[in-house]
Design a protein around this ligand. Structure first.
Ligand SMILES: NC(=O)c1ccc[n+]([C@@H]2O[C@H](COP(=O)([O-])OP(=O)(O)OC[C@H]3O[C@@H](n4cnc5c(N)ncnc54)[C@H](OP(=O)(O)O)[C@@H]3O)[C@@H](O)[C@H]2O)c1
Length: 185
């Protein structure tokens, strides 16, 4: 399936060396957090029109005033709560239709996770880019993986490849973190 060509969709994630986005309690441990990545991530979000964000991430960052679209199974189809906040049920309304209803001028969507949200995008509008930071000196061992079907960085590269995403740029953000920018080919 091709991406929806009027939307440019970019995924963002930081993972541990062993490919987890969160620990077994569902939270991001301090060891995975990285200042250089956070600055990069925020500057990217500043250049996005809309965030596609999971419920827990939304609750953790409620004070961040950005345009947010949140998938949930708890409503019928779509509910605009504020001018910068909208919930939708992907079972009954597609991401592109939700965007049309909520913020039709949207061009650039930042998909900030977690793993169910990434999966939703892989299985629907797809990613034009994925910006993946690997905190390579930090291990989580047990928790939430970037994707349920992956166990290693090689598996992630395979997943990206299956979705026609290839590494366009690799950058050392600091001594603990490397950024891989995947782009659609
Ligand atoms: N390391 C990273 O880069 C990174 C990035 C993001 C998040 N995280 C971590 O991952 C943890 C989980 O993230 P998260 O809860 O924000 O996101 P998530 O696990 O992807 O999504 C969680 C919620 O979003 C809704 N949802 C997602 N996909 C859906 C679908 N296809 N249909 C209907 N509803 C859907 C559901 O809400 P309802 O229960 O309302 O139905 C679901 O409970 C967070 O605690 C955070 O610590 C890490």
């Amino acid at each position: 399936m091709d991406s929806i060509n009027y939307l440019h969709t970019i995924g963002y994630a930081i993972i541990s060396h062993d490919c987890f986005i969160a620990d077994a309690t569902g939270n991001m441990p301090n060891g995975i957090k990285n200042d250089a990545d956070w600055r990069y991530f925020q500057s990217e979000l500043d250049n996005s029109d809309l965030l596609l964000i999971g419920r827990k991430s939304f609750i953790n960052f409620q004070n961040i005033k950005r345009n947010r679209l949140i998938p949930t199974s708890k409503i019928k189809d779509i509910e605009i709560e504020k001018n910068d906040l909208c919930f939708f049920n992907p079972k009954n309304i597609s991401i592109e239709d939700a965007v049309k209803v909520f913020l039709p001028e949207t061009k650039k969507i930042a998909v900030v996770g977690g793993n169910k949200v990434y999966e939703l995008v892989f299985n629907s509008i797809q990613f034009n880019e994925f910006h993946l930071t690997v905190a390579h000196s930090f291990y989580i061992n047990e928790g939430i993986l970037l994707n349920d079907n992956i166990k290693s960085l090689d598996d992630i590269f395979d997943l990206m490849n299956k979705n026609k995403l290839t590494v366009h740029k690799e950058k050392e953000l600091d001594k603990n973190a490397t950024l891989y920018i995947f782009k659609k080919y």
